[in-house]
Design a protein around this ligand. Structure first.
Ligand SMILES: [Zn+2]
Ligand SMILES: [Zn+2]
Length: 82
């Protein structure tokens, strides 16, 4: 039995996540996301997909990256070379 470090639940199906050399214990993905997921700098939502990183800053999507990081390099869609 281990204890979730977010909500304190003692549960037999907790799991470990190792990030940046630190070990974390959670009872659910929801708690893991709450603790570990980066937050979009523009809209404040948790980035639980791949997200977008611009110069070390995290965003949930290309639109948020463009709005806040002032870059036009990040796009949802580009034309593939023919
Ligand atoms: Zn928990
Ligand atoms: Zn966002």
């Amino acid at each position: 039995m281990a204890r979730c470090e977010v909500c304190g639940n003692e549960y037999d199906k907790t799991f470990e996540v190792v990030a940046a050399g630190k070990r974390h214990i959670f009872d659910s993905f929801e708690c893991a996301i709450h603790k570990m997921a980066p937050v979009c700098e523009h809209c404040g939502c948790k980035v639980i997909g791949h997200g977008v990183e611009v110069s070390g800053r995290f965003f949930c999507c290309a639109h948020c990256a463009r709005e806040t990081a002032g870059t036009t390099a990040v796009r949802d869609r580009v034309e593939a070379p023919v």
